[in-house]
Design a protein around this ligand. Sequence first.
Ligand SMILES: Cc1cc2nc3c(=O)[nH]c(=O)nc-3n(C[C@H](O)[C@H](O)[C@H](O)COP(=O)(O)OP(=O)(O)OC[C@H]3O[C@@H](n4cnc5c(N)ncnc54)[C@H](O)[C@@H]3O)c2cc1C
Ligand code: FES
Length: 280
Amino acid sequence: MFKILKKRVLNPDVTLMEIEAPQVARKALPGQFIILRVDDKGERIPLTVAGFDREAGSITIIFQKVGYTTIKLDSMEEGECLIDFVGPLGVASEFEGMKKVAVIGGGLGVAIAYPQAKALHDLGAEVDLIVGFRNKDLIILEEELKDASTNLTMMTDDGSNGNKGFVTAALQERLAQGANYDTVIAIGPLMMMKAVCDLTNESGIHTIISMNPIMIDGTGMCGCCRLTVDGKTKFACVDGPDFDGHKVDFAEAIARSKMYKAEEKISMEKHNCRLTGGVR
Ligand SMILES: Cc1cc2nc3c(=O)[nH]c(=O)nc-3n(C[C@H](O)[C@H](O)[C@H](O)COP(=O)(O)OP(=O)(O)OC[C@H]3O[C@@H](n4cnc5c(N)ncnc54)[C@H](O)[C@@H]3O)c2cc1C
Ligand code: FES
């Protein structure tokens, strides 16, 4: 059993938890993920390792309440235990040779981008961190993001923090000003990562994206997380989640991401019914 050591609500949709998992904490690296189950009837969901403390034997996860399992996880409190917490899974991010990097995070992608920015910053790279949220009330981890970057730019879709626009607009401005990044790392919704790749393709800047397709086993056996990279089939769970964004088949990835929308809607409705006794 894996105890919830700490719970912190970051905004109405996003929660941070520290989970006691010494064996995972011993080996975890930025870019990797875990798969958890809340209880013995629960589904397996993958979440990024947002942080680790090898001495305390804990792993930090940050998750957005988007459906059945994440809402159930959010309802748990410090001291309660998760039944499964498997990891670290996936290939750790590769930072070698990176000196001037733009790290772009959109929405919840910010939580996943944060450990990557921090690792690069700790390694001495110059990190321009550009993050975007729908509005200022959804901004998370502001202090942590400042500490993990050389320059932090926070955008909001509605301009409520005084900086209106998408992360891609901020990146475009930097590129137009002559920013000479050796690498751009983009993490967030597929459409956002595609837009970043379209921009960087023009200037030939190496661009890494983090793919988050549906996963089941997380060990390369079920084939659920497959995607096409450079014309070859890859599995995000064992070959990724990081990939060269200019080589990913986005059209296929976007189509596959919508495959289970109907089932997810039904599962969510059943959950709401159980919570409210059917009253909505
Ligand atoms: C490698 C990886 C790392 C991730 N890291 C994070 C993270 O740090 N924080 C975070 O909030 N989310 C993360 N996700 C997404 C997270 O796994 C889903 O939000 C979660 O599974 C939703 O489950 P649900 O039952 O609450 O919602 P559902 O209603 O079941 O699904 C809502 C949406 O979540 C996605 N999803 C559902 N099941 C899975 C699954 N088994 N695998 C992947 N995606 C799924 C689908 O796009 C779906 O439309 C990550 C996904 C992957 C693959
Ligand atoms: S999740 Fe099954 S192969 Fe990747």
